[in-house]
Design a protein around this ligand. Structure first.
Ligand code: GLN
Length: 307
């Protein structure tokens, strides 16, 4: 039943691919095949539903912001993190520098680049990339995640805008430590190679309140997960977050590599892959598959049948 609905969602989402385009501002990302589409659902009761290109590896990109935020909240605590970054939707593009310069010293939220770079600056003195990689593998239930060297070098070579954001944060006195080390760690985190299954695993861990349902081990505190899910709902799809919340109503996070990770409270994690993006940088096929699933399975957070 779930398999059939997922298959229909895949066919539905496929129709929208021609309206999108692969990101190429990071040159290596431009090599992705825009026609690929994959959907994976991991339910709390152990079902694993997979359709389409679920094995294709791609880079996690902005979805790593969820992992860095959760890690920072876990080790620094709520007050320290939110002394440095706000919790408001920005309404601007993910890489915008505008409000950071004009309206506030603190980045608007941890899901846009400025906020994520600030959050990563809190992790830089405490963790090596290898430690964060290991943590990502555990949260995503995927031991095969590695650094995609080609994408990492490609972003590092062209990432002037993110370096500009880091320097601006530094000039405002919000970013402490070595800004280039921080941006380097941010680029590495964005270049983790995942697939739709890894994102479904991460979504399930979060949907399940931070406990791995396979073995009952608590990976994240409940209060950390609550904050992360709220910010995914309000800011996870950048300046498309409002419309996505109305139409889909699933806390989700997208990345320009083509992934979307969604979590349906207490029920399932969803991972989608489709590198053709809409004008806001969200996977167009992924977004439409999620809308289809939400409608068919009553997954909207405010759906009265969602019990
Ligand atoms: N690494 C990308 C960047 O910083 C992440 C952006 C995204 O996925 N939206 O531009």
């Amino acid at each position: 039943m779930l398999q059939k609905t997922a298959q229909c969602a895949l066919e539905y989402g496929r129709q929208f691919i021609p309206q999108g385009a692969v990101a190429d501002y990071i040159p290596e990302l431009g090599k992705a095949d825009p026609n690929q589409l994959g959907l994976c659902l991991f339910t709390k009761d152990g079902q694993k539903i997979m359709c389409g290109d679920v094995d294709q590896r791609f880079t996690i990109q902005s979805i790593c912001k969820v992992i860095s935020l959760a890690t920072a909240l876990q080790c620094e605590g709520f007050d320290k993190v939110f002394a440095k970054v706000m919790m408001e939707p920005s309404g601007d593009a993910f890489n915008s520098i505008l409000k950071l310069d004009l309206a506030s010293n603190r980045p608007y939220n941890p899901m846009i680049n400025a906020g994520a770079i600030e959050v990563v600056s809190m992790l830089t003195p405490r963790f090596t990339f290898e430690q964060l990689l290991e943590y990502a593998r555990i949260l995503c239930m995927d031991d095969d995640i590695v650094l995609d060297e080609a994408v990492y070098h490609s972003e590092k070579a062209t990432g002037d805008r993110n370096r500009a954001i880091a320097y601006l944060l530094k000039s405002k006195g919000v970013l402490e430590g070595d800004e280039l080390k921080t941006v380097d760690l941010y680029f590495r985190m964005c270049s983790l190679s995942v697939n739709a299954r890894s994102l479904a695993g991460l979504g399930l861990t979060i949907a399940n309140g931070g406990v791995d349902p396979n073995n009952g081990v608590r990976l994240l505190d409940e209060r950390v997960v609550r904050v992360v899910k709220t910010l995914m709902l309000t800011c996870g799809m950048y300046d498309g977050s409002g419309e996505f919340a109305v139409r889909v109503g699933i806390p989700a996070k997208s990345g320009v590599g083509g992934g979307i990770m969604g979590c349906v409270e207490n029920r399932m994690g969803i991972g989608t892959y489709g590198p053709a993006l809409d004008e806001k940088g969200n996977s167009i096929g992924g977004r439409q598959m999620l809308e289809y699933l939400s409608r068919e399975l009553h997954l909207h957070i405010f759906d009265s049948l969602n019990a």
